[in-house]
Write a protein that binds this ligand. Structure first.
Ligand SMILES: Cc1cc2nc3c(=O)[nH]c(=O)nc-3n(C[C@H](O)[C@H](O)[C@H](O)COP(=O)(O)OP(=O)(O)OC[C@H]3O[C@@H](n4cnc5c(N)ncnc54)[C@H](O)[C@@H]3O)c2cc1C
Length: 358
C-alpha cells in the first residue's frame, strides 16, 4: 500500500489551495491529491461567467451562513494579497467583487496549476474515492494510506460528489442539502415578461436589495435573484419595487394625467401591459415562490458537514487528523466571490493547522 503524510480528496478550489500551502510550508511532506475528474479545478474555470469572481472586499458575517464558526480566519485572510503573492494581479468592481485583472478564470486556474507543478504535488485524476477506512491511518479505497485525510469534495451544485457519504461513513452529520444561488420558479404566469431585464428592489423575508433581475418563462433570475434564493422557500411572496427612486405618492401625483404615455417612460412596455393600469403594482409587484431551480442550475449548496462537529482549525471533533474544508462544510455565502473566498481560506488555514499538528 502506498503511504502518504496527507491525502486530499478533491482537486477543487479548497483542495488545491490546501495542497499548495502544505508543500510551501513543508516541502518534505508526502502529499497526494485525488480528483475524480480528468482535470483539477474544473468548476473554478466556470466561475463568475468565466471571469472568476474570486473574493470580495466586503467580507463579513452578513454575507455568510455559519460565518461565526471560522470568524477569525475570515478576518485574517486577504484573498487579493494571497493571489498577488502567488503572482496574480486582481482588480475589484464597485460592489467590491474581486477578479483577476485579466477577467479570465483561466488565469487563476493556470496560476494554481503552475504552483501544483512547482511544489511537485502528486496528483491522480480520474480517481473516485469511494471508501475510507480507519485504523491508525486513513485507508483510501484499500489502496492508499495516510496519517492525515482532507475531505475537499465540494457539493452537488452543477457537479456530482459522494463527499457527503464519505463524511457520513466517518460518523459526521450532514445538515439538509438545498440548492441555492439559483433562479426562483414563480407560481404566477409571467411568460409575457420572458427575456425582460429590469433594475428593481427585491424584498422577501429579511432580504431587501436593489439590483438587476431577469424574467424567464417560469422563473426570475440574475445576480439579485440568485442572492435572494438563499433567503426564500416555497410559498414565500416576493415584492418587487420596479421604480425604487420614487415613492408611491410621488408616482400617483406624476401620473395623474397622461398616465399611459408617462408609464412608458418609467418601465418597459411589457411591464406597462402587465400592471394593467394599477400604479400600486409599480411599487409592490408580487410574485409567489413555487420552488428553487435544482442543483443542476445552482451555484452552491446550503448544508453539509455540520460546523458543530468541526474545530476552528477545520479538524473533525470526531476523528483526529481528519479535516473538512470548502463547500462540503455547512458554510455558504452570497453571490459575489464569497464562496470561493471560503474555499481558498479553509484550504489555506487547514494546511497551516495540519503542519502544526504533525
Ligand atoms: C457555475 C458556477 C459559477 C460560480 N461562480 C462563482 C464565483 O464567481 N465566485 C464564487 O465565489 N463562487 C462561485 N461559485 C461557487 C464556487 O465555485 C464553489 O463554492 C467552490 O468551487 C467550492 O470549492 P470546493 O473546493 O469546496 O469545491 P470544488 O471546487 O467543487 O472542488 C471539489 C472537487 O472534488 C472533486 N470530488 C468530489 N468528490 C470526489 C471523490 N469522491 N473523489 C475524488 N474527487 C472528488 C470534484 O470533482 C471537484 O473537482 C460558482 C459555482 C458554479 C457552479
Amino acid at each position: 500500500m502506498n503511504k502518504y503524510d496527507v491525502i486530499i480528496v478533491g482537486g477543487g478550489a479548497s483542495g488545491v489551495t490546501c495542497a499548495i500551502n502544505l508543500k510551501k510550508k513543508d516541502p518534505s511532506l508526502k502529499v497526494l491529491l485525488l480528483e475524480q475528474n480528468d482535470k483539477v479545478l474544473k468548476k473554478v474555470l466556470k466561475t463568475g461567467n468565466g471571469k472568476c469572481n474570486l473574493s470580495n472586499k466586503n467580507i463579513d458575517g452578513s454575507h455568510y451562513h455559519n460565518y461565526d464558526a471560522f470568524k477569525d480566519y475570515f478576518n485574517k485572510f486577504d484573498a487579493g494579497k494571497y493571489f498577488l503573492d502567488l503572482g496574480l494581479i486582481t482588480k475589484s468592481d464597485n460592489q467590491g467583487r474581486i477578479y483577476p485583472y485579466s477577467e479570465a478564470s483561466s488565469s487563476v486556474v493556470n496560476l494554481l496549476l503552475y504552483e501544483l507543478e512547482k511544489e511537485k504535488i502528486e496528483i491522480k485524476c480520474n480517481y473516485i474515492v469511494e471508501k475510507v477506512e480507519r485504523n491508525d491511518n486513513y485507508i483510501i479505497n484499500g489502496e492508499y494510506s495516510s496519517k492525515v485525510l482532507v475531505i475537499a469534495t465540494g457539493s452537488n451544485a452543477q457537479a456530482k460528489t459522494n463527499g457527503y457519504e464519505l463524511a457520513k461513513s466517518l460518523n459526521h452529520k450532514i445538515t439538509k442539502l438545498v440548492p441555492v444561488l439559483t433562479p426562483i420558479k414563480i407560481k404566477e404566469d409571467i411568460k409575457s415578461l420572458a427575456g425582460l431585464k429590469v433594475k428593481c428592489n427585491l424584498k422577501v423575508n429579511s432580504f431587501n436589495r436593489c439590483g438587476e433581475l431577469l424574467f424567464k418563462d417560469d422563473a426570475i433570475s440574475g445576480i439579485l435573484v440568485l442572492e435572494a434564493s438563499r433567503y426564500t422557500k416555497t410559498g414565500d411572496v416576493i415584492s418587487l419595487d420596479l421604480v425604487p427612486d420614487y415613492s408611491l405618492s410621488e408616482l400617483k401625483e406624476y401620473l395623474i394625467d397622461d398616465k399611459e404615455i408617462k408609464l412608458n417612460g418609467l418601465v418597459p412596455k411589457m411591464l406597462v401591459k402587465k400592471i394593467n393600469g394599477d400604479i400600486g403594482k409599480l411599487k409592490d409587484f408580487r410574485l409567489t415562490v413555487d420552488s428553487l431551480y435544482g442543483f443542476s442550475y445552482s451555484q452552491i449548496t446550503r448544508g453539509g458537514v455540520t460546523v458543530d462537529e468541526l474545530k476552528e482549525t477545520f479538524e473533525s471533533k470526531i476523528n483526529s487528523n481528519l479535516y473538512l474544508i470548502g463547500e462540503v462544510v455547512d458554510v455558504d455565502g452570497d453571490c459575489g466571490g464569497y464562496n470561493l473566498n471560503f474555499a481558498w481560506l479553509s484550504g489555506y488555514f487547514a494546511a497551516e493547522n495540519i503542519i502544526k499538528s504533525i
